[in-house]
Design a protein around this ligand. Structure first.
Ligand code: ARG
Length: 459
């Protein structure tokens, strides 16, 4: 039998392999709620404009609601021969209400229909990601508040650089995730124009009201160009772009958690809830969740690249290539949601080892910059000379195998006669972080102020 939705001009059915390569129902069934929502808005508008009879519209809407209930309840039989979610729903509508079902597709094409459904799905998903990121920010703020004064090493080149506080480090991620939310919200704003009524590509001769369907579906306005409406997938690309940036932020943090939870660093301990064991090495506690967050960033970036490459050579308007947009977007956001939630869990769960962090913060001559700054501030040396003097004192400490605070005053004086006992006051890590009071610096009071600012901003 030829296809019951478009088979008029066909005398035989498609090859089995044609059906297999063509069908999208196995993945686009995810769009059923959006498809039904869009169709209900379309049917109501057609009746309001006198394009179809009110009775037919009422039957269509009732039938669509019944189909939604069937699918929600797992009682719907999806058919590959009907290709996609749009035709599976419409075909079932015909079973339920008869000939009136055939009026639903007036002044509409699957091209504007799928663009509308997919935009509705991406919009819901962006809203979900936005809420998840807010939860993650709140978890980070809680921990940053607790650890506003917990000193730890700050790194550049993964070498000890200057002491910072753990709260400050966590707050760096609050800033990143806040910008991520901005990108997600911005993508949503740009996406929010309704393609429905663009029809196949050229618009329609029926007196439809696209402003009405746009408003009914929560869009800000209809799209202004029918060709663009059915050809545009940059809303999906932009969402994937925003998702990829979130994912690399999560991945950088995950990498830190992996490093921090090694026996060699031992900065934090993940509880049993976020660790796994080894089947052969009984001592192991592996940070698998963090490793998977790191890995999934690669996968999400792959989804973005995949769709960019699908789209890059397509002439206007709709091409079947565009059916390949959905799996990449579904995959990316399914994994992104998992990653955000797992990261939120790890943030709430991890136990920083405050003594270890303090000891590590004090090693590796991390207060050398404080010594150089003291030479500038107290002895009036030019910074370059202070840098040189400090370098020589670090060399002495290194030869003796001690930290800066354990270099005897006599040896310091041999490098620069003006150095006094008071210098030891700036060589502790606590003094170092307390002194970093410039706006955005790591001083505990600054960190507390930033935590309070963000808590107020989130409300
Ligand atoms: N399943 C199709 C897709 O996802 C729907 C649009 C089909 N349009 C067409 N002209 N064949 O893109």
């Amino acid at each position: 039998m030829s296809n019951r939705m478009w088979g008029g001009r066909f005398s035989t059915s498609p090859a089995a392999i044609m059906e297999e390569i063509n069908a999208s129902i196995d993945f686009d069934r995810k769009l059923y709620a959006q498809d039904i929502r869009g169709s209900k808005a379309h049917a109501a508008m057609l009746a309001d404009k006198g394009i179809i009879a009110p009775d037919d519209a009422a039957k269509i809407i009732e039938g669509l609601d019944a189909i939604k209930t069937e699918i929600d309840g797992g009682r719907f039989t999806f058919t590959r021969a009907l290709e996609d979610i749009h035709m599976n729903v419409e075909s079932r509508l015909k079973d339920l209400i008869g000939a009136a079902a055939g009026r639903l597709h007036t002044a509409r094409s699957r091209n504007d229909q799928v663009a509308t459904d997919f935009k509705l799905w991406v919009r819901d998903t962006l809203d979900h990601v936005d809420r998840q990121l807010e939860d993650l920010m709140r978890a980070l703020l809680d921990r940053a508040g607790e650890h506003a004064a917990t000193v730890m090493p700050g790194f550049t080149h993964l070498q000890s650089a200057q002491p910072v506080t753990l709260g400050h480090h966590l707050m760096a991620y609050v800033e990143m995730f806040a910008r991520d939310r901005g990108r997600v919200q911005d993508a949503r704003r740009r996406l929010n124009e309704c393609p429905l009524g663009a029809a196949a590509l050229a618009g329609t001769s029926f007196p439809i009201d696209r402003h009405a369907t746009a408003a009914a579906l929560g869009f800000d306005r209809p799209t202004a160009n029918s060709l663009d409406a059915v050809s545009d997938r940059d809303f999906a690309l932009e969402a994937l772009g925003a998702a990829s940036i979130v994912a690399i932020h999560l991945s950088r943090f995950a990498e830190e958690i992996v490093i921090w939870s090694t026996a060699q660093f031992a900065f934090v301990r993940l509880s049993d809830a976020f660790s796994t064991g080894s089947s052969i090495m009984p001592q192991k506690r592996n940070p698998d969740a963090a490793e998977l967050v790191r890995a999934k960033a690669g996968r999400i970036i792959g989804d973005l690249n995949g769709l960019l490459i699908v789209m890059k050579g397509l002439p206007l308007a709709y091409q079947k290539d565009m059916q390949e947009d959905k799996e990449q977007v579904f995959d990316a956001f399914e994994n992104l949601s998992l990653c955000i939630e797992a990261t939120t869990g790890m943030v709430r769960d991890m136990k920083p080892d405050v003594d270890r962090l303090a000891a590590a913060a004090g090693s590796g001559y991390a207060t050398a910059t404080d010594l150089a700054d003291w030479l500038v501030r107290v002895l009036g040396l030019p910074f370059r000379e202070a840098h040189h003097v400090t370098g020589r004192i670090v060399a002495i400490a290194s030869e003796r195998g001690v930290e800066l605070s354990a270099v005897p005053l006599s040896e310091m004086k041999a490098v620069h006669a003006g150095i006094t006992e008071a210098v030891y006051g700036v060589l502790t890590v606590d003094a170092s972080v307390r002194s970093r009071v410039s706006y955005g610096g790591t001083a505990p009071d600054n960190v507390r102020a930033q935590v309070a600012r963000w808590i107020a901003a989130l409300g």
